[in-house]
Write a protein that binds this ligand. Sequence first.
Ligand code: BGC
Length: 418
Amino acid sequence: MKEQKSFMFPKGFFWGASTAAHQVEGGTMNDWSEWEKSEKRLKHLKKLKLIEKFGENNFISGMAADHYNRFDDDFKMAGEMGHNATRFSLEWSRIEPIEGEFDEKELGHYRDVVRSARRNGLESFVTIWHWPIPLWLRDKGGWESKKMPKYFARYAERVMRAMGNDVKFWITLNEPQVYSAESFLLGEWPPQKMNPSSYLKVFHNLIKAHIAAYGAIKKISPKAQVGIASHNMHFDASKRSLMGHIFKAVADWWWNFYFLGRINDYQDFIGLNHYFHKKMDHWWSGKKNEVFSDMGWRLHPESMEHVLMDLKRFKKPIYITENGLADEGDVKRPWFIIETLKHVHRAIEHGADVRGYLHWSLMDNFEWAEGFWPRFGLVEVDYKTLERKMRPSAHLYRDICLENGVTEELVEKYKNLL
Ligand code: BGC
């Protein structure tokens, strides 16, 4: 059989990259920024000798990439990089710094952000909540509070009133699965709980919050397209052991499908964030030939196809809202992007309704508990000067966006990077 050489995507496909407020804006004051500076956190970092290794500033989001002030230049750059879409998040603590009091100036700021995106040829995918919460809300129990769905729907409604006319695609929640597990089960992120009952409470509050916000958004703007960004993994039981299959079935059910299934009558599309390939059996085998990111995450582009095919069951359009890797030297990113896109293409050929790909991330950013050292950006940020510089993969990705696919000529042009 002749090997396929070009992989062209459907007309109108969205190409772009994503960010999140706390990770790039700088100057945020929320439960995360406070936690970063807390005694408990510093003690923990010292105990693990992480301060020695990376320095204290690595773990403080501070000015981040100053995207709050530089959004216009950043979007101009994204437009010049061939993107026609962008995903970013709103910072709740700026918009509602005091309970029930919404800051018109900040809402105006985000309206400017959306308009700047449009001017630069980018369709906005706006995330309403990408993890941090305002301090008043933290003090009321945060996502464990029974009132959280109500607070969240009120915030979403206010945002809609301010920006509803300018935005079509809304993502209510980013990765509810990851947030609830890291913050309430594994104790890694604020508020650092390890409590299964808190975890389940938060998980179900997130479901309720999405449904309440969906209703509030649709009431104001029936045409708005609303979904979440779901973190789906490829649980791989390819060795066909019985145990592997049982682990896979349980993991798929709870992690990949439960949340989406519960909200399926209240979502117009699925946002997919995909990073992980998890072997459910024989996890010790094959290591020698495997490729890993700077964070030690296995890079397995085929997984994207599996995850997309699995999402067909929800019968909704899919936008890939995050996918990427920490790769400071940009050694693996060009290969990773091209191989992943081939698998997105195959999934589309096999009936998955995929309508966009947003790489994580537009630029280097503050990687939560890890801090600044992991470099996820298509664009490199010099944190001393805040200067931006396109990595080689950003050039390659620009050509993909402009061609609307991976062509044979493009692969030839960039063969030194692959
Ligand atoms: C999150 C991003 C994060 C990325 C890389 C995703 O789970 O939504 O905020 O930076 O993964 O870890």
